[in-house]
Design a protein around this ligand. Structure first.
Ligand code: ZN
Length: 410
């Protein structure tokens, strides 16, 4: 059995665990060192560090402190790793803890983070998903069950000092274009709730003031939220500091492409079993700026889909030029409208798109003026026939489910 390098206690605050951190900074000390070829297990709290409970109220999602996220386990040092190398990480397996076989999905309120469709779903909502082996179901979203494509939402190596400075500079410049926007254009450094791992005293204070927030994906990978970066994948990460400093967290039992609800996937605590190796000078050898990965040989097999199209004309009918973001939003809204015809509330439909193995594709980006994006909804995840037929949709759900999800948004 591989050694567990980082253990977590779900009953304790992640701030009490010095092998956890919630900012990116080159000076965060390694919590353990491994050799190329080693495999090991890292345990992770959920991305909010236990702020969300297994109950039927969305108040905790409404009140979540997003300056605290994401809680990451690490960094783990790799002997011999130097800037310019590629760190090869095989994700051998991922699982939930025996005594924590559940996860959550939420929509943040527009005032506190929002989400992809925050203009349509401005209130906080939550659904709880129970795990049964490789399958999951929710008491809040009936009529649907599927196998999880389990993955870390967030994984990557520590940035160098220069890279950190570049991140902070470019993100601040963006925020400065509209500093009062709700939700904000980017999450800038915020020292008050920073957890700098094993750093302490003045050194930790100084680092916390400039430590990058973990919200966006960046050159090092980070919060990419790629559903296909699942157990069985092999990822190649750019190395920027001696020892690489690999950290991981934000485990997802399942997620649709785009993580559109933002809170986001089916979020869970759990463990990751990994093996590391190095490709010396790999960044130059392979021309790598952002991570590359090979997907798992094993994925849930859903190959029948209803595919919803969306174009870059917004909800008000305004024409946009090849805007994929707007086109994907329209594809999602079209899928949500369709699912309401079977008895789901709009919020339940939105949750399904956030958590199920839904695919998103950029289908066309050259046919001026409209980009075309598609959302692929697997039909076999539903316990009823969700396909079109000449008789029209047969309501599968009575819509009277007792949930915190959206009675007001029917
Ligand atoms: Zn997540």
């Amino acid at each position: 059995m591989a050694e567990t390098l980082i253990k977590v206690d779900l009953k304790k605050s992640p701030y009490e665990n010095e092998k956890i951190h919630n900012r990116w900074h080159p000076d965060i000390p390694m919590v353990a060192t491994v050799k190329p070829g080693d495999d090991f297990i890292i345990e992770c709290v959920d991305w909010t560090g236990g702020q969300i409970a297994d109950n039927d109220s969305a108040d905790d999602v409404r009140d979540v402190d997003l300056t605290k996220v994401h809680f990451l386990s690490g960094p783990v040092g790799v002997e011999g790793a130097e800037p310019g190398d590629l760190l090869q990480v095989e994700i051998l397996d991922i699982g939930a803890f025996d005594d924590s076989q559940w996860g959550f999905n939420g929509f943040f309120s527009k005032q506190n983070g929002g989400g992809f469709l925050t203009e349509h779903f401005p209130e906080a909502q939550k659904s709880i998903w129970d795990f049964n082996g490789m399958f999951t179901k929710s008491r809040h979203v009936p009529g649907v069950e599927f196998a999880g494509l389990i993955h870390p939402g967030l994984i990557g190596c520590l940035p160098s000092k220069a890279m950190l400075a570049t991140w902070n500079e470019r993100e601040k410049a963006l925020v400065d274009t509209n500093p009062d926007r709700v939700p904000p254009l980017a999450a800038l450094p915020y020292a008050d709730t920073a957890h700098m791992g094993m750093m302490s005293g003045d050194e930790a204070k100084a680092a916390a003031a400039e430590g990058a927030r973990t919200v966006p994906p960046r050159e090092h990978g980070g919060n990419c939220d790629i559903k296909d970066l699942s157990r069985g994948s092999t990822v190649y990460f750019p190395v920027y500091v001696d020892g690489a400093g690999l950290s991981v967290g934000d485990l997802h039992f399942s997620q649709g492409d785009g993580e559109i609800t933002f809170c986001g996937a089916i979020e869970m605590a759990g463990w990751v079993h990994m093996r590391v190796n190095l490709i010396k000078d790999g960044m130059a050898k392979y021309g790598v700026k952002n991570p590359i990965f090979k997907p798992s040989p094993i994925t849930p097999k859903y190959d029948d889909y209803l595919i919803f199209e969306g174009i870059s004309v917004d909800e008000q009918g305004k024409q946009h030029y090849l805007d994929v973001h707007i086109a994907y939003r329209q594809a999602c809204l079209n899928a949500i409208e369709y699912l309401t015809k079977f008895g789901y509330s709009k919020a339940q439909a939105y949750a399904i798109l956030g958590v199920a193995p839904v695919q998103g594709h950029i289908s066309g980006v050259v046919d001026i003026p409209n980009a075309c994006a598609t959302l692929w909804l697997p039909t076999d995840i539903f316990e009823f026939d969700v396909k079109l037929n000449p008789d029209g949709p047969k309501k599968a759900l009575d819509g009277s489910v007792d949930v915190p999800l959206s009675p007001d948004l029917e």
